[in-house]
Write a protein that binds this ligand. Structure first.
Ligand code: PHE
Length: 486
């Protein structure tokens, strides 16, 4: 049963997948979240753990995810069902696809609120309404911006509408066409902003902050945040990469594209740090400012700098484009599923999903005003959506996909899809079977407080544990791979 699925859609250009997947990966996560969590968790050491998570956990799982998509040629639900069926396993595994699709939808429902901030600050910059503000004014402006649900809702609605317009147009005419100008555009703008940062006077301090290693700053909380962020920033386990992979032509190399996307994503995150922190330091501000870092400190800093408004506008155009190219990828899985499995025309599917999305995102939006007190266990709707997806659904989904690829499904599928040499394949298999899952599990155990593992300082024990797991896994794997109903 090695029938290959026929694709319904394919990327048109040679760079179609790389541009779209990089567009998905590069987003608010890189420019808004990465700098501020790096600031919160103390800089260099956090960056190092984050890079390790990208390489050891993110890259192998991304390869598996693209392989799932290309082999199954469909939305996460359909693709995973087909691939598991091909290996003689039951339908239940498609639950992993359901969870991924749901995660993408849930992420987008709070993501549009932050993307809406970006659009609204672009508007503020353009209209000059931030002129002459002080630190306190900036706080007040940020609060006021969120206080009025109609104002905030208007901006998040705009993001929902733009996203659905693009996705509704289709894979080639909508997604591929928009990323093919937005991605180069945003990278150029970011490079210009770094140039500006170099001359702002805080560049050296920013480099020291991002790249100097201080192990004290590294807490368990920071490690979990680094892992969660690696998933988030690479758009893993949320249906985005898998669905884009379903449109990848057979001749493209999955390994090469994965490395391009992961490298581009990492470079942009570091570039964002190099664009933002110099300006923050040059103005004597605190890098550990939190989520308000780029919405309060940065606009304030721009105010006091030569040509600041111009560069401020550039910054928020760049941020808004980065957010949009990610938004479209989060919802493509749901739209593709309705279109392929339920036979609903793409445009109708996009608007249908858009309406449900708008309703759920309203809950996230209201968390900043009327619904600020609608909390459950201390979290409002926005925080719950973020917490459930980044801390749980993505790592668990990634774990499930890693174990499926490593132990459950037929080797031939991944041999054929990944097309690696024997040594490379063995390395990938080792990573996906042991290193990625163990990384995820240990960080979970540590973060849940089940045991304090001091992961950073327990290398000998960790290696021994890895060896033990490898032995058990190698003994058990032929049994696991045997199809249930064969
Ligand atoms: N990777 C995107 C970012 O860094 C967010 C994202 C998550 C996009 C999940 C798609 C799916 O902003």
């Amino acid at each position: 049963m090695t029938t290959r699925q026929q694709p319904k859609n394919l990327w048109l250009g040679r760079w179609g997948f790389v541009l779209a997947a990089t567009g998905s990966a590069v987003g608010l996560g890189n420019i808004w979240k990465f700098p501020y969590i790096t600031g919160e968790f103390g800089g260099g050491a956090f960056v190092l753990v984050y890079l390790a998570c990208i390489l050891a956990v993110g890259v192998p799982i991304m390869m598996a995810e693209i392989a799932f998509g290309r082999r199954g040629r469909g939305s996460p639900i359909d693709a995973i069902r087909r691939v598991t069926r091909e290996s003689g396993h039951g339908r239940l595994w498609s639950l992993v696809g359901w969870m991924a699709m749901l995660a993408g939808f849930m992420i987008l429902s709070f993501y549009v609120v932050v993307a809406g901030w970006s659009f609204s600050y672009l508007w503020k910059m353009l209209s000059g309404s931030l002129g002459g503000s002080s630190v306190d004014d900036m706080m007040a402006i940020f609060v006021a911006n969120n206080e009025n649900p109609f104002n905030l809702g208007m901006w998040s609605t705009l993001v929902v509408v733009l996203t659905m317009l693009i996705v509704g147009k289709g894979v080639q005419a909508g997604i591929e066409r928009s990323v093919s100008w937005m991605m180069p555009g945003m990278v150029i703008m970011l490079a210009i902003l770094i140039g500006y940062g170099v001359f702002s006077g805080g560049f050296g301090e920013a480099v020291a902050f991002l790249f100097s290693f201080n192990a004290e700053g590294l807490s368990s909380e920071g490690m979990l945040a680094a892992l969660g962020h690696a998933f988030f920033t690479l758009s893993l386990a949320s249906g985005a990469i898998l669905t884009y992979g379903a449109y990848l032509p057979d001749r493209s190399s999955i390994a090469r594209t994965t490395f391009s996307v992961a490298a581009a994503d990492t470079v942009v995150a570091l570039m964002a740090g190099l664009a933002i922190f110099p300006i923050i330091f040059a103005n004597g501000m605190d890098p550990g400012e939190g989520p308000g870092l780029i919405f309060m400190s940065l606009p304030l800093a721009f105010q006091s700098m030569p040509l600041g408004t111009l560069f401020g506008i550039l910054f928020f155009v760049m941020l808004s484009m980065a957010a949009l190219t990610s938004s479209i990828s989060m919802i493509e899985a749901s739209v593709a599923w309705l279109n392929e499995s339920k036979g609903i025309a793409r445009k109708h599917a996009a608007w249908g999903v858009g309406i449900v999305l708008w309703l759920v995102s309203s809950l996230a939006m209201l968390s900043f005003n009327w619904g600020a007190d609608w909390t459950l266990a201390g979290r409002n709707a926005f925080d719950w959506l973020d917490y459930l997806t980044s801390r749980w659904m993505m790592p668990l989904g990634g774990l499930a996909m890693a174990l499926m690829a490593g132990f459950l499904l037929r080797h031939e599928i991944f041999k054929a899809e990944l097309g690696l040499s024997d040594t490379q394949h063995a390395l990938w298999l080792f990573m996906i079977r042991y290193v990625s899952p163990l990384g995820i599990v240990l960080i979970f155990i540590d973060a849940l407080g089940i045991a304090t593992l001091h992961l950073a300082s327990q290398w000998p024990w960790l290696l021994a544990l890895l060896a033990l797991v490898v032995v058990i896994g190698e003994v058990a794997s032929p049994r696991l791979r045997r199809p249930r109903d064969a």
